[in-house]
Design a protein around this ligand. Structure first.
Ligand SMILES: [Fe+2]
Length: 185
């Protein structure tokens, strides 16, 4: 995995940041980025655009260990994808990442939604809607890949970085304080 701070900015992912900035909208068309996540999302996109891995940091933590552990898996998939795209989007890696994300999100979303139900978080419906939208988008990517479109690596990467910045760092933060007040660690 390329962690060099001097990674080349040339190659297939050099357009990642301008694309993310100019359109600001992933395939999901979710609500617009908040000012906070725009900054973080832009930073993460810039890193990925240089072919750099995202390092886990306290900035990414939502303060609940089990969920942070699962979010680390998501970051690992993003890094795997960044590497694959930077080195020519090998179909084999893209296929593995799409399948891995499918499995990961099933476990992760079920875990989050179980905690919402257990502790009575009132905004669980909107949050779960976000999960279902993610699942639909991922299923669409997998369908396109299986139909022979193996050039979707950059698109998937943009979507995942947006998801990391918007859903985890904003939407997941929204339930974090509530669950911690109810003793979830
Ligand atoms: Fe979530």
């Amino acid at each position: 995995m390329n962690t060099s701070p001097h990674a080349s900015s040339s190659g297939p992912i050099r357009d990642l940041q301008p694309t993310l900035h100019s359109h600001g909208a992933p395939p999901l068309q979710p609500k617009s980025l908040s000012s906070q996540t725009t900054g973080i999302g832009a930073l993460l996109a810039e890193q990925a655009g240089r072919g750099q891995s995202i390092e886990w940091s306290p900035m990414l933590s939502i303060g609940i260990a089990s969920i942070d552990a699962q979010h680390r898996v998501l970051v690992a998939y993003i890094n795997q994808l960044t590497h694959a795209v930077a080195h020519g989007q090998t179909a084999r890696i893209l296929q593995a990442v799409l399948a891995g994300l499918d499995g990961y999100t099933r476990i992760h979303f079920r875990h989050e939604e179980r905690l919402f139900a257990l502790h009575g978080w009132t905004e669980h419906v909107d949050h779960a809607d976000g999960h279902r939208a993610f699942e639909r988008q991922l299923a669409e990517f997998r369908r396109r890949f299986e139909d022979g479109d193996t050039s979707i690596g950059l698109e998937v990467l943009k979507f995942m970085i947006y998801w990391l910045a918007e859903h985890i760092l904003s939407d997941d933060m929204a339930y974090s304080a509530f669950l911690r007040e109810h003793g979830v660690r």
